[in-house]
Ligand binder design. Structure first.
Ligand code: PEP
Ligand code: MN
Length: 341
């Protein structure tokens, strides 16, 4: 339920509403929309609607049913998620004025390759370094990632390049070591509805990059985001990475419309991963441009210094030269959006 306070409601009046909610056993979340305070909580019973609507300072009580904390009704302003900035790397804002490109290999394979890649993507204008240390592989016989050694290499690349690190979390028990080494926790498409993992990632307080499940609707993506937001962590970035359709020409089908749909329904930043959507390097630049034109706040792109030799996702990896072309293809990449604000 959402309780919209009047513009002139006093702190005391808001306090009475919060007490009513807490006394009924719910946790209230407070935000602002259209210059007013908004209070959200999980309860939906009609007794609460009645009790809350007659309290002084309350303008209206709405039953939302579904997503609450991720909605524009709860927070009308865009959320800007700040990643990095912990001393040995730059602070980067996702969801602000500039379109942020995060790039790097699918997997961390060796120190030498990762540092080469990190320096190359930084020089081309990337603002964060991606790289998988724990890989979710379809086959248990395929390369599973370097694990903790991969995280150590990523942390070294951060010290050298000052780029914040994005890496995937597969299991709750890996969270402490990942939080020690990484700045943005990626929840992959296969784990979008791993609810205990979402909660545990949220509870670390670290920003979370939540990828859309390959068979998930936009509603389901927003509900997964609610799990993280409900822990009190509001640093969530949504990622459209393509969904499964009947079309075999691409690995997934990039749902370009999801970008403006998510931006209109939610205050959270939305980025696009053209690499996993395309599954082929020749389509990565056009899909990246489509995502930016649709209003994405950033991109997540796979880049490898020797793409054909990549141990994972070799078919979709851009070379460093291709990545430079991508960065040049978007007008005003560093400072403004192609479309939108
Ligand atoms: C990845 O980013 O390397 C990855 C595995 O992505 P997804 O979860 O979108 O498949
Ligand atoms: Mn990959």
């Amino acid at each position: 339920m959402l309780i919209l306070m009047r513009g002139d409601a006093t702190t005391k009046q808001t306090g009475r509403v919060l007490t009513l909610i807490e006394d009924a056993g719910w946790t209230p979340f407070v935000s602002r929309a259209l210059g007013r305070r908004v209070i959200a909580f999980a309860g939906e019973d009609s007794g609460m609607v009645q009790a809350a609507s007659v309290l002084p300072g309350v303008e209206s009580v709405q039953s939302l049913g579904g997503a609450k904390l991720s909605t524009r009704a709860f927070r009308s302003e865009d959320t800007v998620v700040r990643i990095g900035g912990r001393g040995d790397c730059e602070a980067v804002e996702v969801g602000g004025e500039s379109c942020v490109v995060m790039a790097g290999p699918c997997s961390v394979e060796s120190r030498e390759l990762l540092i080469r890649c990190a320096e190359g993507v930084r020089d081309a204008g990337a603002r964060a370094l991606r790289g998988g240390a724990f890989k979710p592989r379809t086959s248990p016989h395929s390369f599973q990632g370097l694990g903790v050694r991969g995280l150590e290499i990523l942390a070294e690349a951060r010290r050298i390049t000052r780029l914040p690190i994005v890496t995937e979390v597969l299991r709750i028990e890996d969270l402490p070591v990942i939080v020690e080494h990484a700045d943005l926790l990626q929840i992959g498409t296969r784990n979008m509805q791993n609810f205990p993992l979402l909660r545990a990632a949220g509870e670390t307080g670290r920003p979370v990059l939540l990828k859309r499940g390959m068979m998930a609707t936009i509603d389901e993506l927003l509900m997964a985001a609610e799990y993280i937001l409900a822990t009190g962590n509001d640093a969530v970035i949504l990622c459209e990475r393509g969904i499964r359709t009947f079309e075999p020409s691409t690995r997934s089908t990039l749902d370009v419309a999801a970008v403006p749909v998510l931006k209109s329904r939610s205050h959270l930043p939305v980025i696009v991963d053209p690499s996993h959507a395309a599954g082929r390097r020749d389509l990565v630049i056009p899909l990246a441009l489509a995502g930016v034109a649709a209003g994405a706040d950033g991109l997540l792109v796979e880049v490898h210094p020797e793409p054909k030799a990549a141990l994972t996702d070799a078919e979709q990896a851009l070379s460093l030269a291709d990545f430079q072309r991508l960065m040049q293809a978007v007008p005003g990449f560093q400072s403004s959006r192609a479309y939108g604000k």
